[in-house]
Design a protein around this ligand. Structure first.
Ligand code: GLV
Ligand code: MN
Ligand code: MN
Length: 420
């Protein structure tokens, strides 16, 4: 087994922190971290990641959606199945530095150690740095991993960003061609498994006093855009009983959505309205139109679908009572995804090798592993993050915990190779 003493683990953690700091400096804005899909910042980050891959002994390449792939051949013949390790390098607006990035860094550092040790693996390893996990630019979340898994929905190419640029045009401006997307897919019989290391983004590991946790499954979720149309009018002259105020209706919908999620806590249901656009948007004009986002998640697909049916019926009833129209545009639906039990067991052995308790927990956040599970067995390892804070610049994982996570990934690679 590769030597991993306390000094090695500390060094891996420090390296991870330095790499995360380097990537965290690549932002579209000086005062907050914003790195969106198919932008100059994506280009810059992809080039840095490709450089790290090369230095670690991998051969980097890029697919049609800009996913960076670091290939390490191992000592396999061409027929051996490949182990995929990945996560994402795009961010939310005003992001923390660890979400996604740490999984890419962990994969690179682990392969570097494996390559340096000359480990004879039965198959190659590819490290994947996806560019569109968050859906922060286009409402197309997980499109990079969908392409790699062979389930990219070409309808996404017509989606537009906040400036009206289509996904297809942004892709061409990035130097890629929509015609090549199907070639980004791996063949199912060419891959052995996909694993992803990620900060937990919640407080469970911290509360348990444990640095690492094995993910049992990933929440299913749907996203919609709701458009409410009422009638704009003068804020001073139209009596309350004669108004068709789109914002008052949207607020009613949002509170009803919140109640439905609270009523389904057994399903770990959560609902969020994270974006609200009010038109025309003047203090002295009754809002005539409102568009808002709905993000609904639950550990069961049946529970989520029932809650959605309940909410849309309620919304139509409220709309009728208020004299407004409401329309829902579905943007995304990802099924709840159990993690492969065999891979969970391999992670448990890897954690035991390092003296860590094999704590298990579900993921309430969406991950590229959900798309990759359509291609091959997939699993995830979570790393404790301070206060459970994520999607926030205060996001933090300690170098000590990150070093341990990289060590666990190295042990996973060894154990997985031995089991094949
Ligand atoms: C991704 O971070 C998500 O869960 O929305
Ligand atoms: Mn993420
Ligand atoms: Mn995220």
């Amino acid at each position: 087994m590769i030597k991993l003493d306390a000094g090695d683990i500390a060094e891996l953690g420090d390296r991870a922190e330095q790499m995360i700091a380097e990537l965290g400096a690549i932002s579209a804005e000086p005062d907050r971290l914003v790195r969106l899909f198919l932008t100059p910042e994506h280009r810059q980050a992809a080039d840095v990641v490709a450089g790290w891959m090369r230095a670690a002994g991998m051969t980097p390449s890029e697919d049609a959606l800009g996913t960076v792939r670091g290939h390490w051949p191992g000592r396999a013949g061409p027929a051996a199945r490949c182990l995929l390790i990945g996560s994402h390098i795009d961010t939310v607006l005003d992001a923390g530095r660890y979400d996604g990035i740490f999984g890419v860094v962990a994969g690179i550092l682990a392969v570097e150690r494996v390559a340096r040790a000359g480990l004879a693996l039965p198959g190659a390893i590819d490290v994947l740095a996806f560019g569109d996990e968050e859906g922060s630019r286009f409402p197309s979340t997980l499109s990079s991993s969908a392409a790699v898994a062979g389930c990219f929905d070409r309808a996404a190419l017509a989606l537009t960003d906040g400036r009206g640029v289509t996904f297809a045009d942004a892709l061409v401006a990035y130097g890629k061609s929509p015609a090549d997307i199907s070639a980004a897919a791996y063949r199912g019989d060419a891959v052995a498994a996909y694993v992803e290391v990620h900060i937990e983004q919640g407080p469970v590991l911290e509360e348990a006093g444990q640095p690492l946790g094995i993910v049992t499954g990933i929440v299913g979720h749907c996203r919609m855009r709701a458009v409410v149309t009422g009638q704009a009018g003068h804020a001073g002259t139209v009596p309350m009983r004669l108004r068709r105020d789109a914002l008052a209706a949207a607020m009613d919908f949002g509170l009803r959505l919140e109640s439905i999620a609270r009523e389904n806590m057994a399903d770990a249901m959560v609902a969020t309205v994270g974006r609200l656009d009010v038109f025309p948007g003047s203090a002295n004009v009754i809002p005539g139109c409102v568009a808002f986002s709905v993000d609904l998640r639950s550990m069961t697909d049946e529970g989520r679908r029932a809650a959605w049916a309940d909410f849309s019926a309620e919304a139509r009833r409220i709309a009728a009572a208020r004299g407004v129209d409401v329309r829902f545009e579905p943007l995304l639906e990802v099924a709840a995804t159990p993690c492969a039990s065999g891979l969970q067991e391999t992670f448990a052995t890897a954690l035991a090798d390092l003296g860590c308790a094999p704590i298990r927990l579900p993921s309430g956040a969406g991950h590229d592993a959900q798309m990759m599970a359509r291609l091959c067995p997939a699993a995830m390892l979570f790393v404790r993050c301070r206060g459970g804070v994520s999607h926030n610049p205060a996001e933090f994982a300690s170098p000590a915990d990150m070093g341990l996570a990289v060590a666990a990934l190295i042990r996973f690679i060894e154990r997985f190779a031995a089991s094949r």
